[in-house]
Ligand binder design. Structure first.
Ligand code: ADP
Length: 748
């Protein structure tokens, strides 16, 4: 039987516990024995009780906790030969020869060194008489899988690192709060965020909060007098009506000669050159702390599960792997190649090769940087002579989704900057029918980035009958060249109906684009829709609280979440909260399932379980409703536990958008404007393009309207193939009761 150990090392990061839970449970489920090494490499060197078995239930109830429950440390002894010799002796004394290391590039380099030195150190221990040759022979090699725990998102080979998204949540909340006080007092704020070599946090939080200037290590301002450039942008902003100025500075920000840029320098420039009342806020360790976000919990869970299997299944010749995510899929790359590439990026920054540094960060990083550069402008570029000016209608339709405003704001500004004229349509298709259409300019969307709901107004109305005539007339009256709809499925249906009426109404033969914005995440051609990450976090936070109340009183909860016929929110919130059961319409619910669920609950509570948590998609089953399930479980649970239903309701559609939703909003808006420019260029008379925009494997993808029928299940209003259903087995495996307990009690 394989014996695997897991440790967390270096700086702590929210999500490490989710990764730990997944490593432990996946390895146990695969039949391995699992040990935890407490306090990182220091614990490996100390041995004794710092290396001990860790069980299924030891990692229960930790998903929501920040930091790492097995402790982390920096350890200088590990850098010495003697230290590593002790480490190997302790691993072998516990018969451990597979290791999952969760840490930054320092910790991962340490792991690789341990693997390379395994053989000589083993022999040395035998020669010294500290290890029997038989034990040495039984463990000829050390298998390693690495996970990157770092809030800075500073690792080559994975799109996100454990903790980065949570840190972004902390920063975004702080900057939103600072913005409101700054605007009240006409103040300027300089906010320092973490990131010694990587501007990820500064860049993304700048984009998410609508900051006015951002300084990152990989791409310093391209002039010597960066203070002058910054002050010019901020002054123009104040002239056109902004009440606050926010500058976000990455810890490692530099000028183009490599000299560090400090917050104090920025403050001095704003005070002396602009006469601004300027304050500095250094966010510091707040960014590291707190509960992990939904994205961090889910991502950490998935990479944790993959790392456990990679370490268990590695052979003598397997290279250590770094388990990460790329394009929304789990990847395994050679660990040391990634560490080396990472060092190459740091070296590029040190040697002022910013082009290379940006290139190595990847295309989406660059794309986001370019979008930010436009959005932070105080005012648009003046129109170029002879440039084609496109008039496009922009509307929200369907149920409200957090991030709709951020999308409209970004689309309007990006378009205005390129000389186009966005026409805002109020109240969805109703406004298009009634002619509630007005020109939007740069400042009409000011302050929209962080707000929930829809400033334009949205509803589920779909055009029918004489509406088409009214819409056609309004489109003609306003000389609309293209239509951009940001919304949910009823918005898509509305757009499809216009498209189908093209033969009768030539005004509809304009480029049309649907941008996915729906908490349900059920739209064609998109793996994620704007708003779904916010809803997921809202659900997760509510469930965290409900869990606490349940533990206090031996209770089971059935929590009903939105999504109509799409189980995305239900499954993902179950993954993020560790719910033991999730009911999805995609799978259906049978009486046999319920009998099994009752049996699990009753047995669990009989053996000391204190809380039951079940998440039900609102349309999981027409007859087995939440009250029905509650009554059934309560009756069968007798005195062991009671059952409550919690229907989360419309809070799921509310709230300020999360950083992920805001960043996606900006990316989608950038793609949408490119689509409109491209398609309006095509000569008229041809059929104009009509498509749905979405991220598929992180790539912006267009799905033509005529392809929707092939991809979409119109009966249940959801895509026929849903990528996230692949996560069902992992969710199920991790949430099962301790399989060893089951075996001991004669259950399968
Ligand atoms: P992080 O893992 O977050 O980058 P550190 O760089 O501080 O954090 O590394 C954590 C620990 O990993 C160090 O205290 C040390 O024990 C070990 N470590 C770091 N770099 C190396 C290295 N080059 N070789 C061996 N061990 C290392």
């Amino acid at each position: 039987m394989k014996r695997l150990a897991v440790l967390t090392s270096g700086g702590d990061a929210p999500g490490m516990n989710a990764a730990l839970r997944a490593v432990v449970r996946t390895a146990l489920d695969a039949g391995a024995e699992v040990y935890a090494i407490y306090e990182g490499y220091q614990g490996m060197i100390d041995g004794g009780s710092r290396i001990r078995p860790i069980h299924w239930t030891d990692v229960g109830g930790i998903l929501h906790k920040g930091g790492t429950i097995i402790g982390t440390a920096r350890c200088d002894d590990f850098l010495t030969h003697e230290g590593r010799l002790k480490a190997v002796r302790n691993l072998l004394a516990n018969q451990i020869d597979a290791l999952v290391v969760i840490g930054g590039d320092g910790s991962l380099t340490g792991a690789d060194m341990l693997r390379r030195e395994w053989e000589p150190l083993r022999s040395e221990l035998v020669v010294r008489g500290e290890l029997s040759p038989e034990t040495a022979d039984r463990h000829p090699y050390l298998s390693i899988a690495g996970l990157v725990g770092s809030i800075d998102n500073d690792m080559y080979g994975t799109d996100t690192t454990i903790g980065a998204n949570s840190a972004l949540h902390r920063i975004t909340a702080a900057v939103d709060a600072i913005s409101s006080t700054a605007a009240s007092h006409h103040r300027a704020f300089v906010v320092e965020v973490m990131g010694r070599n990587c501007g990820y946090l500064a860049l993304m939080s700048g984009l998410a909060t609508g900051a006015d200037f951002v300084l990152i290590p990989e791409s310093p301002p391209d002039v010597d007098d960066w203070e002058g450039k910054m002050c010019e942008i901020l002054s123009t902003g104040l002239q056109v009506g902004r009440r606050d100025s926010i500058v976000i500075v990455a810890e490692g920000a530099i000028d183009r000669h490599g000299n560090p840029i400090s917050c104090e320098q920025v403050r001095r420039a704003l005070t002396e050159r602009m006469g601004e009342d300027t304050r500095i806020t250094v966010l510091g360790h707040v960014q590291r702390g707190g509960a992990p976000s939904a994205a961090d919990r889910i991502m950490s869970t998935l990479v944790g599960a993959a790392a456990a299997l990679a370490a268990i299944n590695a052979g003598p010749d397997s290279e250590p792997v770094l388990i990460g995510v790329h394009n929304n899929r789990i990847t395994a790359l050679p660990l040391m190649a990634c560490v080396r590439k990472n060092q190459e990026i740091n070296e590029a920054i040190r040697s002022l090769d910013f082009k290379k540094a940006m290139e190595m960060r990847g295309p989406s990083y660059q794309a986001i940087f370019n979008i930010l550069r436009t959005l932070v402008r105080a005012a648009p570029h003046p129109p170029k002579p002879g440039q084609k000016q496109i008039r496009f209608a922009i509307l929200n339709a369907g149920a409200p989704a957090p991030g709709m405003n951020a999308t409209v704001r970004a689309a309007v500004r990006l378009a205005v900057d390129r000389g186009h004229i966005p026409l805002g349509v109020r109240h969805g298709f109703r406004g298009l029918i009634e002619g509630q259409i007005e020109e939007l300019n740069w400042m009409s969307v000011n302050g929209w980035a962080p707000t929930g709901g829809s400033e334009l107004g949205t509803n589920r109305r779909k055009p029918t009958g004489s509406d088409f005539y009214a819409i056609a007339r309004n489109l003609e009256d306003h000389k609309v060249d293209a239509i951009l709809m940001v919304g949910g499925w009823s918005g898509y249906e509305g757009m499809l109906s216009l498209w189908k009426e093209r033969k009768s109404y030539p005004a509809f033969n304009t480029p049309m684009l649907c941008v996915p914005a729906s908490i349900d995440n059920n739209l064609p051609g998109a793996e994620f829709s704007i708003g779904s990450d916010t809803a997921l976090n809202v659900i997760m936070e509510a469930v965290d609280k409900i869990k606490q109340s349940a533990v206090a009183s031996n209770r089971s909860f059935i929590i009903e979440v939105m999504g109509r016929y799409c189980g995305y929110l239900a499954l993902m919130s179950a993954l993020a909260t560790g719910a033991e059961r999730v009911y999805l319409n995609e799978e259906g619910v049978t009486l046999n399932d319920l009998v099994r669920d009752i049996d699990l609950l009753v047995t669990g509570f009989r053996h000391g379980k204190r809380l039951g948590l079940m998440i039900r998609n609102e349309c999981a089953n027409e007859l087995y409703t939440a009250p029905f399930l509650a009554a059934l479980f309560e009756q069968e649970g007798k005195d062991l536990f009671d059952v409550r239903v919690s229907v989360l309701g419309h809070m799921q559609q509310g709230g300020d958008p999360t950083p992920l939703d805001r960043v996606m909003a900006a990316r989608m808006a950038g793609e949408a404007i490119q689509f409109i420019e491209r398609e309006c260029d095509v000569s008229r008379g041809d059929e104009a393009a009509a498509a749905c925009l979405g991220l598929v494997a992180e790539q912006a993808t267009l799905t033509p309207f005529y392809d929707i029928a092939r991809l979409f299940d119109f009966e249940h209003n959801r895509p026929k193939q849903q990528w996230w259903m692949e996560l069902r087995p992992i969710a199920q495996m991790l949430a099962q009761p301790d399989p060893h307990f089951n075996k001991q009690n004669g259950r399968s």
